[in-house]
Design a protein around this ligand. Structure first.
Ligand code: ZN
Length: 402
């Protein structure tokens, strides 16, 4: 469903929109650029229940441009103690329909995409691949593990939480940056092994606390600010009002994300990757190697570059092309130097454990360079899918193109 008509090119062109988001724009970490980034973002919320309720309301209020809502339930009387998207008049309605109305009340400019079916291992990949960030507010283990695995394969961060009685846990699972759900909880519990909220109860307001926290993490990820809960598990006890964080490690033997870069899109295959511009005129894709090259989207890269320990960004194009347009902060190392091996003595490459992202105009030459880097022993060499043209299109439309 599309509730917006005729969106202007710059969503912040009109005064009313700027006024609506003024308290965000005032934040130096957000500003107009951040608000535009939110408007361009696509966030999927799984479950329009206890956690999804506050999360959806805050994401809509924040001006996230496109929000996906997936739920296959109808509103029941027992939901109303905590699922604040829905009111008494919504009893018996589909939760998704009720959620769409609630989002539209808060912010009619949000484009809402709805899925009224249960997410399964068979449907999760296609569903999550269309989004930048996924927020899990579901309450059943098969869905949670299916969504984790799909997010690992797509390289998408998953803002996860679990609530029961007065206790909650929150984490951002993001393969390649930290652990995934299976790294920390490798075994999916059997049905009935862990009590559900329906069996054990849950403090309604705790869902508000935690769903809001998930929305804040999703917004941080979109904006590329702060330190999201990647590699940390937040543990909250509402009775003691205690908050603790546990450091978590990715498990190299993890069934979902255990191989380095297994979570990234494989550009060499015919799978879900290849969102970027395919390279026709730019030149040869001369490697027949079956070695997959990890791909990173322009949006993902823009988030990664704002982290405390960003990857080293390498522009493999010759100087005349670099002079036309380049990504700020990039190191110039010509593809020819990778072919000759000279590049590997450049100090900017660091060692085999240094994460690298390589780019060219549309992605073909840097894919070759990434393969050469991987063959030389670097473990985390990714290719910017679609090249600098994708960066201009998706991240910084003010830059020149060619
Ligand atoms: Zn894992």
């Amino acid at each position: 469903m599309d509730t917006r008509s005729g969106s202007p090119r710059d969503v912040l062109d009109d005064a009313e929109t700027r006024t609506r988001y003024a308290r965000h724009v005032l934040l130096p970490e957000v500003g107009l650029q951040g608000q535009r980034r939110l408007a361009a973002a696509r966030v999927l919320v799984l479950g329009a229940g206890g956690l999804g309720s506050p999360a959806l309301l805050y994401l809509a209020a924040a001006g996230v441009g496109t929000i996906g809502i997936a739920d296959d339930d109808v509103v029941e009387l027992t939901n109303l103690q905590r699922q604040i998207l829905h009111g008494t008049a919504d009893l018996g309605r589909s939760k998704v329909a009720s959620a769409v109305d609630a989002v539209a009340r808060v912010n009619p400019a949000v484009r809402v995409e709805t899925v009224v079916q249960r997410v399964t291992p068979g449907t999760a990949d296609a569903l999550v691949a269309a989004y930048d960030v996924v927020l899990d507010g579901t309450d059943n283990f098969p869905t949670r593990y299916a969504v984790n695995d799909a997010c690992v394969r797509a390289g998408i961060p998953l803002v996860w939480a679990s609530v029961l009685r007065f206790d909650a846990q929150v984490a951002v699972w993001w393969a390649g940056h930290g652990p995934c759900l299976r790294c920390v909880f490798p075994q999916q519990p059997d049905e009935g092994e862990v009590p559900s909220c329906a069996e054990a109860g849950v403090l309604g307001a705790l869902c508000g606390t935690i769903g809001s926290l998930q929305a804040a993490e999703a917004l941080k990820l979109v904006l590329g600010i702060g330190e999201p809960l990647v590699g940390r598990l937040l543990v909250h006890d509402a009775l003691r009002q205690s908050w603790d964080t546990l450091a978590l490690q990715a498990d190299p033997g993890c069934a979902a994300c255990g191989t380095p870069l297994a979570g990234r899109r494989d550009e060499g295959g015919s799978g879900a990757g290849g969102r970027g511009v395919r390279d026709g005129a730019e030149g040869r894709d001369l490697l027949e190697s079956s070695e997959p090259v990890a791909g990173v989207s322009a949006r993902e890269l823009s988030i990664e570059l704002r982290r405390p320990h960003p990857p080293v960004l390498i522009d493999v194009r010759p100087a005349p092309e670099r002079a036309l347009v380049s990504i700020p902060g990039a190191v110039a190392i010509d593809l020819a130097d990778f072919r000759s091996g000279e590049a590997f003595s450049r100090p900017e490459l660091g060692g085999p454990g240094t994460p690298l992202v390589l780019y060219c105009k549309t992605g073909a030459r840097s894919r070759e360079a990434a393969r050469l880097v991987a063959a030389a022993g670097w473990r985390y060499a990714a290719n910017l899918t679609g090249g600098v043209l994708a960066w201009v299109r998706d991240v910084d439309p003010g830059l020149a193109t060619y």
